[in-house]
Ligand binder design. Structure first.
Ligand code: MG
Length: 211
């Protein structure tokens, strides 16, 4: 059924929450936004991205600048990143099954390349990135065109509401993973096709789906 599996990077393959908070707080301090702490993170997770920017007092026109600074600082902290437990085994297994594996991310290509190389992950064949936080569906269309595949042949795996929203626009089925950034109560605004709670569960889904 599914021939190509597209993974989101941050919060789906890699556990980057701590780097995210640390890098964000460095930028917030410099530009006068609110800082993240253990209390407001809990509240923020329930909000949409646009509501989060508003609460943190970040003007939307600052977003491109923040993204630029964020990715640069994030790149310098890459060595602290690791995959969630079970991810590497799962990727190898899916690749052995003959599935094409890709990444679509709002992170930078060079950050992702560096990470995959230093963790000896060779199962990923294609990396696509989107500079627009809300524009992943555009990159999905580009990938489908390049690889000459239809939405029905793809399963997207991601952790955020915006992943689900983009998949709905591109009409690509989506498996939401519960170990990432967005909590269940937020993603229930636009329910995914599958709810996945461990890499092993994803493996089971993709191994048992009829071909
Ligand atoms: Mg993510």
């Amino acid at each position: 059924m599914y021939k190509t599996i597209i993974f989101d990077f941050d919060g789906t393959l890699v556990d980057s929450k701590y780097i995210f908070v640390d890098v964000y707080n460095q930028i917030a301090k410099r530009y006068g936004y609110l800082s993240l702490d253990s209390e407001n993170i809990h509240e923020l997770r329930k909000l949409s991205i646009r509501e989060r920017f508003k609460l943190m007092q970040i003007p939307l026109y600052h977003v491109p600048l923040i993204s630029f600074l964020f990715l640069r600082k994030y790149g310098k902290a890459m060595h602290q990143l690791t995959c969630f437990e079970g991810i590497q085994t799962m990727l190898n297994q899916l690749s052995t099954q003959g599935l094409t594996l890709a990444i679509i991310s709002s992170n930078s290509k060079s950050n992702i390349h560096t990470f995959l190389k230093s963790n000896q992950i060779t199962a990923i064949q294609h990396i696509y990135t989107s500079r627009n936080l809300f524009g992943k569906h555009k990159v999905m269309h580009r990938l489908m065109k390049d690889l000459r595949i239809t939405p029905q042949e793809i399963l997207y795996v991601g952790d955020e509401l915006r992943d689900i929203n983009s998949c709905r626009i591109a009409q690509i089925p989506i498996a939401w993973v519960s170990w990432g950034y967005d909590p269940l109560e937020l993603i229930d605004q636009n329910p995914p096709d599958y709810y996945i709670h461990s890499p092993h569960e994803l493996l089971t889904l993709l191994t048992n789906s009829p071909s």
